[in-house]
Design a protein around this ligand. Structure first.
Ligand code: SF4
Length: 262
């Protein structure tokens, strides 16, 4: 099942794994957890009236009664058939509702996901993890296709070490998602990095991002020829705060030929 995405830097989400566990400050208001809570409630309502919940039912396996991650991951083997069935090229965010490199996702399943990416050269796949040490450990056993971009999230200076792990993986294009940006990161490591996304936190309880923090990263990217994408200011009403920084949008991509696709 393809989900057209409202995420500014992709087109479609694809979730062969759902469910996660929080690992750092950036996870506190996890958007995926909020979505999973909603989807699990929809699935339970359908099932209560005797209807099939379909894939939405996957979410009842990964959230508890309070709508929080229950620590489980669910591997959706059926989802592996989806990208090959999409004939037109798409930019695909892999696992918006989980982390492909979660501790409980077996290497064999990750290899199956990579096989799918190999079989779909028409698509571009964007994988994002907060567990790049696992990505680096598995990397020699993964066949990295040229159409797979690998990224890690860095929400504050405390987690810049994730960039070092990312650099050890075999992806051709590597990127940093600096979202939600929770503090200044004056020395964001950019060696070997092709693309940086910056964004503030959105939704209930959003922690504010200072403009200076975003400018500092933009200027660092510009001085090192790294593509820079400003995703959003964030806030409780994200739509109202927009995505301009210093009077313009920043929507650079590591492969300019995809610029009109996302
Ligand atoms: S790693 Fe991502 S999906 Fe998992 S809890 Fe953290 S923010 Fe949510």
């Amino acid at each position: 099942m393809a989900q057209t995405s409202s995420i500014e830097w992709t087109q479609t989400t694809w979730n062969p794994v759902v469910g996660c566990r929080k690992v750092s400050d950036g996870c506190t208001h996890c958007y995926a957890e909020r979505m999973a809570k909603r989807l699990a409630a929809i699935a339970r309502a359908r099932e209560a009236t005797g209807q099939s919940a379909g894939r939405t039912g996957n979410y009842t396996k990964v959230v508890n009664d309070r709508g929080r991650w229950n620590g489980q991951v669910f591997l959706d083997h059926g989802a592996l058939d989806d990208p090959p069935s999409w004939r037109l090229p798409r930019v695909i965010f892999v696992n918006s509702m989980s982390d492909l490199f979660h501790e409980d996702v077996p290497l064999s399943f990750i290899q199956d996901v990579f096989d799918v990416m190999h079989r779909c050269p028409q698509h571009t796949f964007q994988i994002l993890t907060k567990r790049p040490a696992i990505t680096a450990r598995y990397s020699p056993q993964l066949r990295w296709p040229p159409n797979a971009w690998m990224g890690t999230s860095i929400e504050s200076a405390e987690f810049v070490h994730r960039a070092n792990d990312l650099r050890r993986c075999g992806a051709r294009i590597k990127f940093l998602s600096v979202e939600p940006l929770l503090g200044p990161i004056p020395r964001l490591p950019l060696s070997g990095i092709d693309w940086v996304i910056v964004g503030g936190e959105s939704g209930p309880g959003a922690r504010p991002m200072q403009p200076e923090w975003a400018r500092q990263i933009r200027d660092r990217c510009r001085s090192r020829n790294v593509a820079f994408f400003f995703k959003q200011w964030g806030g409780v009403n994200n739509n109202a705060t927009g995505r301009e920084l210093d009077g313009r949008m920043w929507s650079e991509l590591p492969t300019p030929e995809l610029a009109c696709a996302v």
